[in-house]
Design a protein around this ligand. Sequence first.
Ligand SMILES: CC(C)(COP(=O)(O)OP(=O)(O)OC[C@H]1O[C@@H](n2cnc3c(N)ncnc32)[C@H](O)[C@@H]1OP(=O)(O)O)[C@@H](O)C(=O)NCCC(=O)NCCS
Length: 355
Amino acid sequence: MRYAAITGLGMAVPERILTNADLERMVDTSDEWIVSRTGIRERRVVGPNDSTTSLSVAAGRQALEQAGLTADDIDLIIVATCTPDQFVVSEACLVQAELGGAAAAFDIGAACSGFVYALSVATSFIQQGMHNRVLVIGADTFTRFIDYTDRSTCILFGDGAGAVVLEPTDEPRGLLNTVLGANGTGNKHLYAPGWGAVVPESAELFPEYRPYLQMNGQEVFRFAVRVMGDAAAEAVERSGLTFADVDMLVPHQANARIIDAAARRLDLPREKVWVNVDRYGNTSAASVPIALAEAAAAGHLDEGDNVVLVAFGAGLTWAAGMVRWGVAGVRRLSPHRADAATNDLVVAVGEPVHG
Ligand SMILES: CC(C)(COP(=O)(O)OP(=O)(O)OC[C@H]1O[C@@H](n2cnc3c(N)ncnc32)[C@H](O)[C@@H]1OP(=O)(O)O)[C@@H](O)C(=O)NCCC(=O)NCCS
């Protein structure tokens, strides 16, 4: 049996910080309201020189470096995003152009669930022997599509990218199972009109047309609390494990109250749940890989640990999976590789990305 171990991680966030105090000056809100309803204190926002590509490339380079690989060693790049820099070509091709190499490249769009969807596709390709070394990136720059006069959405989102390198191993490492789901009839609860091929001919004909992200917060909240708990629990059960076997929950970082509900469902104490929503807000497809990279860099993940990933997002979509942490059985490509493939994962947390 072939598995796909995570051998390198990386993350990148923009340098610009937007605090709750900044938002208090922009809309009718308060730090107290935002923190008590969401847990968010600040988020990172792209500047004129940042882009989904620049963040993805920075995170991807880090992940490759940790794995002791170069872009030439990678044979597939998947980018999970719904805010690509261009619709034609794919974000993954823009990233490949910057990183170098000749990997196959494509995007996956499942909004905030996108990274876990992409991880599951990449793992399956490696398991089937179709690809060997895959770079999976989750990246979004949603702040470009936020109406900063709408207090119900502008407080929530930040920008960023996270990346992992997957390599084959005979040991049970990496993603062991996935729970993927979607309910397309919920599309109207969280969506952005007018970014695609179907664009209203004029705002006059479609008075309701607005180009920014639209959200029914309460509906999304109810959905999220239900699916985050259910999907995470299903991933644990499908692994033949119990909640007591879970060493770390790495959830999508949308709202601290939603994360708490998922943790309660798995009966997990606070120290087994990675939370950084206070510092980055909701970075969409980047949130799970950023959280994973931080948890690893902080030394909270050990060889053989059981790590549950869970996410939800627009679509409506959801995704969860059980990851067995570590690099056991991964064949070293080079002496450099042998040095790098340890649990000593150094991630430049909070390191600014320029241009
Ligand atoms: C958006 C969210 C934080 C709102 O919290 P909530 O407790 O549901 O708040 P409500 O929408 O019921 O609004 C309560 C009141 O606060 C107000 N309010 C909304 N945003 C506010 C803000 N930023 N500051 C102050 N007041 C605000 C509302 O207008 C409402 O006022 P009213 O009672 O006078 O009408 C919450 O619904 C949520 O997190 N939903 C999920 C969103 C999400 O995760 N999206 C991304 C998915 S990937």
